[in-house]
Design a protein around this ligand. Structure first.
Ligand code: SF4
Length: 319
């Protein structure tokens, strides 16, 4: 099959847009979508100056999504003194998994000459995810513990690094799955939080001094295209899945969306655009009304709605 834009051979077909693209035009199209998302979400403040550059911290796991995001942001802003990128990698203590992906992160950041910080659960909390899974005092899935620890590390280090923005590599499939899960679980409050934290233009989000704003510039790009980009560009992405991956419900939703997308191309895009609109309405409705007062955790001082934050209570039960 020929590329729609030149005589080259197409390497991909996007059923949702009808496009057949060669490697060069595929690369160009994906980069354009990411840059358009950066613009539409107003990620670069209008008053940013080279004298007071913005620090953008990228959650860099070494998987294809964060590696592709880092590379495209680097290429976009390499000559723009208003933006400084920092890669932040979290080592969860998962034997044979994170060590490999950490190598990918080091290779990428060395290559792009980006500052790279590595933080481990072991140094931060004195735990390793392999041991947490073994003990499992709360009888929960591994990701339920890991997600709490990761959120804590990301927000604390975003502050330590004086981040103006915390960016993650969530792609269109991730976001459509999360949207479906929130809708199917009837979790309206979560929709409001999701919007406030990381959807829509930065200028329209709820302003709070408590949290560093989040952004997901890959959220218009399907997972398969992110993987293809990493392959075409020969990026040092680590593909293996975490051995403790355990979100069974997400897996079911993923399969459902694959089937829907196959029969009705464009489903993921329409889910996400409808969800973003809905979430923005819900966020306005919920603003200041959820009744949960924010306070400082009695143990660690982080912002929480409880006396002791979730991370500290999990650490207590693991002690
Ligand atoms: Fe942690 Fe789950 Fe991700 Fe593994 S899959 S790194 S346990 S959140």
């Amino acid at each position: 099959m020929e590329c729609n834009r030149c005589d080259g051979e197409a390497i991909m077909h996007a059923a949702y847009s009808g496009a057949h693209l060669c490697a060069d035009h595929f690369r160009e199209s994906l980069e354009k979508r990411v840059r358009r998302r950066v613009r539409r979400d107003d990620l670069v403040p209008h008053d940013a100056t080279p004298d007071d550059p913005q620090t953008w911290v990228i959650g860099l796991s070494g998987g294809k999504d964060s590696v592709v995001l880092t590379r495209i942001l680097h290429d976009t802003f390499v000559d723009d003194p208003r933006i400084e990128l920092v890669g932040l990698t979290i080592h969860e203590g998962i034997e044979g998994y994170r060590d490999k992906s950490l190598e990918a992160c080091v290779e990428l950041t060395d290559d792009l000459e980006i500052r790279h910080e590595v933080v481990s659960y072991e140094e931060e909390f004195g735990i390793r995810m392999d041991d947490v899974v073994e003990d499992d005092p709360e009888n929960m899935a591994a990701c339920a513990y890991c997600g709490v620890f990761r959120r804590d590390v990301l927000s604390r280090y975003a502050e330590t690094l004086e981040a103006d923005l915390l960016l993650t590599g969530h792609n269109l499939d991730d976001e459509a799955q999360t949207a479906m899960m929130n809708v199917l679980e009837g979790d309206v409050a979560q929709m409001a939080k999701h919007f406030d934290a990381s959807l829509g233009p930065l200028t329209e989000r709820e302003e709070t001094d408590e949290f560093v704003p989040r952004a997901k510039p890959l959220r218009d790009v399907p997972e398969k295209e992110v993987a293809l980009y990493a392959h075409v560009e020969d990026l040092p992405a680590h593909i293996t899945e975490c051995p403790h991956a355990s979100e069974a419900y997400r897996g079911e939703i993923q399969q459902l969306l694959y089937n829907l997308e196959e029969n009705h191309p464009g489903t993921r895009h329409s889910i996400l655009s409808g969800y973003e609109e809905l979430a923005s309405i819900v966020a306005r409705e919920y603003s200041g009304e959820d009744g949960a007062e924010l306070r400082e955790c009695a143990e660690c001082g982080s912002t929480t709605t409880r006396e002791i934050c979730r991370k500290c209570s999990l650490l207590e039960s693991l002690a």
